[in-house]
Design a protein around this ligand. Structure first.
Ligand code: GUN
Ligand code: FE
Length: 420
């Protein structure tokens, strides 16, 4: 029986908009599973080793629910084109380099370390179409302590001929080979990843839908990110009135489906997400960088959708979830302005919930530091900030978000294990 007891100012997000604060409290886990947050150490744990972080904040670690690992080398470059041109000009050539295993190893080792250093312990991630590089990515994430879902990308049409392409048969065969090798991982699980509707033939979509059904596998893709993209999907699938139906008709639209962006999803598409239990990933930085639009996130929340956040590296320019939370709050204010001040914006507490607790549902857990959850936590030491002031824990958290204080991450636990 291994006990972990962390002492400090504990802040968690048990509900959208609510922050629970336990000053000088104890966060207790046994064998990596949270037992609770206590204002005083319960008698049964007296005498056990306590890691005392003094006045530091102890908060939940982040979940980045949408990012492209093989786009990490192009981070913060090439943002001068809209989505479809951006893919062909920058993203596909960058991903093509991951045919080289050594290159993949070097980039993915850095990415995995950077995720943990920024307090991100759970991901829902796209790899490239390369099976070997995808397995290397999973090895490096596991080594660093990042958990969650990783997908070998499927793309058997409209890709980059001679550079980044696979036939339908190759895509099917490599997906099966990759899934077989995934059995070797503990903290990382496979997620089926048709890149987006324009990248996959009907035959491939049907194959993936059948795999999802027979093996109970989750699915991730992109939805209604850009208006040109939506028009293209309409041409490719004239039988579908809306984009989401191109996934639904192949069995890729269900309660283990994650859809990134959903910028232009109208009321009907949003209702379809709610009814199926599809998880939305809001990618505020990317949506702005690629001029995709401003997603109606607050409206989605009011309608009861499952909304999470993603960095969408490298449409997004930062791996830091502090940045992603701050950008999401800002984007919600831009949405409010565009909506003639008729919609609400995200509060800091709501933004923090979306970056941490909101993904718990997808991982089969409860929001906050709920008993029974695996321990995913980080310690924020903000005493070195250049503008010191005496603030309460909630205000300190707000400042950490707005100052994008990833440097104040001093310790991280992932799945119960200390990883930083
Ligand atoms: N749609 C299809 N592929 C991609 C990608 O790599 N990034 C983004 N932002 N959207 C996509
Ligand atoms: Fe993306």
């Amino acid at each position: 029986m291994a006990l972990t007891i962390l002492k400090g100012n504990i802040v968690s997000a048990p509900r959208l908009g609510q922050l629970d604060v336990t000053e000088g409290g104890y966060l207790v886990a046994r064998d990596g599973m949270i037992l609770g947050v206590f204002p005083q150490l319960p008698a049964e744990f007296q005498g056990a080793f306590v890691e005392d972080f003094g006045g530091d904040l102890i908060v939940q670690a982040f979940s980045d629910m949408h990012l492209h690992a093989p786009q990490y080398p192009m981070l913060a470059t090439g943002m001068d084109l809209p989505l479809l041109d951006w893919l062909n000009t920058y993203a596909f050539p960058t991903e093509a380099r991951f045919a080289d295993r050594d290159y993949a190893r070097a980039v993915y080792r850095t990415l995995a370390r950077d995720l943990i250093a920024g307090g991100t312990t759970r991901v829902c991630m796209f790899s490239s179409l390369h099976t070997d590089a995808t397995l290397i990515l999973m090895e490096e994430l596991e080594r660093a302590g990042v958990t969650g879902f990783v997908g070998k990308v499927n793309m058997d049409r409209n890709s980059a001929p001679g550079l980044l392409e696979e036939t339908t048969e190759e895509s099917k065969r490599e997906t099966l080979r990759w899934l077989e090798a995934c059995a070797d991982f503990r903290g990382l699980r496979p997620i089926l990843t048709p890149r987006f509707t324009p990248s996959c033939t009907d035959a491939l979509m049907a194959f993936l839908g059948e795999l999802s059904r027979t093996r109970d596998l989750p699915v991730q893709s992109h939805l209604s990110e850009n208006r040109q993209e939506i028009q293209w999907v309409r041409q490719l699938h004239p039988d579908c009135r809306q984009y989401w139906q191109t996934y639904q008709k192949f069995g890729l639209w269900h309660d283990k489906t994650v859809m990134a962006h959903c910028v232009w999803s109208d009321e009907e598409e949003r209702r379809a997400m709610k009814e199926a239990g599809v998880t939305v990933v809001h990618c505020a930085d990317s949506n702005q960088n690629l001029c995709s639009g401003v997603a109606p996130v607050r409206k989605m929340l009011r309608e009861g959708l499952q909304v999470t956040l993603g960095s969408d590296v490298a449409g997004g320019d930062s791996l830091s979830m502090f940045q992603v939370v701050a950008s999401s709050i800002r984007a919600s204010k831009a949405r409010r302005i565009l909506d003639n001040w008729e919609t609400d914006f995200l509060t800091v507490a709501e933004g923090w919930y979306l970056g941490t607790s909101a993904a718990a549902h997808f991982f089969g857990e409860k929001p906050g530091f709920a008993p029974g959850n695996r321990l995913h936590a980080m310690v924020l030491r903000d005493t070195d900030l250049h503008t010191p002031s005496h603030l309460d824990p909630k205000a300190r958290l707000e400042r950490a978000v707005y100052l994008r204080q990833k440097d104040c991450v001093r310790a991280v636990w992932s799945d119960g294990r200390r990883v930083l």
